[in-house]
Design a protein around this ligand. Sequence first.
Ligand SMILES: Nc1nc2c(ncn2[C@@H]2O[C@H](COP(=O)(O)OP(=O)(O)OP(=O)(O)O)[C@@H](O)[C@H]2O)c(=O)[nH]1
Ligand SMILES: [Mg+2]
Length: 240
Amino acid sequence: MTANPLAFAAGQSFVPVDPKTAMGWMHTARFFTTAAQLQQLPPVSVPEIAFVGRSNAGKSTSINTLTQQKQLAFASKKPGRTQHINLFSLGKQGVTDAVLADLPGYGYAAVSRSDKERWQRVMLNYLMQRESLSAVVLLCDPRLGLTELDEALLNALRPRVEQGLKFLVLLTKADKLTRAEQAKALSIMRLNAGGGEVRLFSALKKQGVDEVAQLLWHWCHPQPADAVPETVEIVPSGDE
Ligand SMILES: Nc1nc2c(ncn2[C@@H]2O[C@H](COP(=O)(O)OP(=O)(O)OP(=O)(O)O)[C@@H](O)[C@H]2O)c(=O)[nH]1
Ligand SMILES: [Mg+2]
């Protein structure tokens, strides 16, 4: 075990934010806007964190759990509930410092082929082109593992991740797994997450909630220790 569970990059060190601060920040979430496609979304100048994943994976529920609000995002037993890109602002009123985006899920069998294709296009356009996008949270039910569409999304995201897009895989509904299954799911996903973060999460048991809130807080509030060191000018000593 490392002393700092959030020391996610080798050699990176910073003081972890207090979970209360991170959860308080998440709790400031309020509805901002909704759009059926990328072109209708207003540009934003703060980091945007998108929640993506197959239909029914638990995206809306995880947003409600992290923000400690019952009905901020629409969650439902019926897959395909989220049909728009919904944005939520974070930060004190008047000083929005981040935005969460709840995206429609993909892979829901009962949707017509043309609807499916349209949504995949909207989502890919969003992930490829949204300028404010600074982090992606991919929700995955570990009982199902990564589906073909999850893999396609990972491939599409890879160039942006290489350019600095932050990436977290949340293994959702962890309450449905035994401890041994959780550990196994975690190690398998770590091999497949292409260097991204991986966390277990349960909305039901509130597992992983503080930790994910702290990680998102750090992503949106870079600390001096995260910053790229300034170039230091080397002055010749004069005795050569
Ligand atoms: N047991 C358990 N059930 C969960 C958990 N998270 C979500 N669910 C259930 O999973 C179902 C789908 O949740 P949603 O949050 O609506 O899923 P979604 O990914 O937003 O789905 P779409 O909007 O259709 O893409 C609901 O019945 C939730 O109650 C969890 O941590 N544990
Ligand atoms: Mg949803």
